[in-house]
Design a protein around this ligand. Structure first.
Ligand code: SF4
Length: 334
């Protein structure tokens, strides 16, 4: 039953500070904190409880925004998840048989994910169900991305090229040599306890091979997107988090990580790229994040200012929630 009393009280009055949940750290959190404090506040605090249809408009908008996915992130995630799925379905047999099976299932997963995206965008399903796939650039109406058919054509073309490159790489041959019993986890997200809080990460496919704790991951970079050095720095950081996880979970084992990186100009397989001092980065950034929470565990919106580079706002996924928040902070009803 609708709680009209709560709705009315939510829609009026000054914006109160927000009680925060248990702190955790992730690479995505680090990058958002660095990008814009206001966006960070929206994503990690304002969006709490926004899944509830009767929560405050601000919480609902913030929650909706966090599921708008930049196109390159969707491509990377689709490729990575398709590799995991294809590996899980790959039947036993000779390495040649397994390779063919892997290729078949990989293509099928990519096709399925792309068709699902098209359905969600065409029928505007993502507007009513935040968990349905949504592309940020489509939602914002940016260039060719605003056209569902062009966007899905781009997805098919990029993922098809990535598949072709992947097929020619050593990765599939390596995968064909791994046994199912060596697969370590089916979880997409894993966490490691670190100095009193969990760190969440998405390492890709995890397995044991030749005495090493190993992972295969995939990253897609679009032309004109993240610059090359930032792209590889991000991969190194992600890999170092996996090494941290392994040191905790499988102490004594060497760590080996293969990352398939795909872009139109530069595709490669990268082995064991690590960030040398990931712990300093976690310590410093988690300290800064926690310093913005008061002693009662409350986050005050005024402590999280908008970013100075307003050019970044044009493609920010939180821009709508940001406008509403700004109005609420000025005492206007939203
Ligand atoms: S619109 Fe601009 S100020 Fe607002 S959250 Fe996004 S980047 Fe930050």
């Amino acid at each position: 039953m609708r709680d009209f009393e709560r709705e009315v009280s939510n829609a009026a009055g000054p914006l109160p500070p927000i009680r925060t949940e248990e702190f955790s750290w992730s690479l995505a959190r680090y990058y958002l904190f660095r990008f814009c404090r206001r966006a960070y506040f929206i994503r990690y605090y304002l969006a709490q409880g926004g899944w509830d249809a009767y929560s405050h408009t601000l919480a609902r908008e913030a929650y909706f925004s966090k599921y708008l996915m930049p196109f390159d992130t969707w491509l990377s995630r689709t490729l990575r998840d398709s590799i995991r799925e294809a590996f899980a379905k790959m039947s036993a047999g000779s390495p040649g048989h397994k390779r063919r099976g892997f290729g078949f299932y990989l293509l099928r997963q990519i096709g399925k994910a792309t068709a699902d995206l098209q359905l969600s965008l065409k029928n505007r399903e993502y507007l009513y169900d935040a968990k349905r796939p949504a592309i940020l650039e489509y939602h914002l109406g940016i260039g060719d991305f605003a056209d569902v058919d062009k966007l899905t054509e781009m997805a098919v073309s990029i993922l098809g090229d990535a598949y072709a490159m992947l097929s020619r790489s050593d990765i599939i041959a390596d995968l064909a040599n791994i046994s199912f019993v060596d697969l370590r986890t089916d979880d997409v997200f894993i966490s490691v306890d670190y100095k009193g809080f969990p760190i969440w990460l998405v390492p890709g496919l995890i397995y044991f091979h030749e005495g090493a704790a190993s992972a295969i991951n995939a990253e897609v970079r679009l032309t004109g997107g993240e610059n090359t050095s930032d792209f590889f720095a991000r991969i190194g950081r992600l890999n170092s988090l996996f090494a941290l996880y392994c040191a905790n979970r499988y102490p004594g084992f060497p760590v080996s990580i293969t990352t398939f990186t795909f872009s139109q100009e530069l595709s490669s397989v990268v082995y064991n790229l690590f960030e040398p001092d990931i712990e300093s980065l976690i310590d410093k950034s988690s300290g800064e994040m926690l310093a913005l929470i008061d002693k009662d565990g409350l986050a005050h919106p005024e402590d999280f200012p908008p970013c100075e580079n307003r050019d970044a706002c044009r493609t920010c996924r939180y821009q709508s929630a940001c406008r509403l928040l700004e109005s609420a902070m000025q005492g206007k009803q939203v």
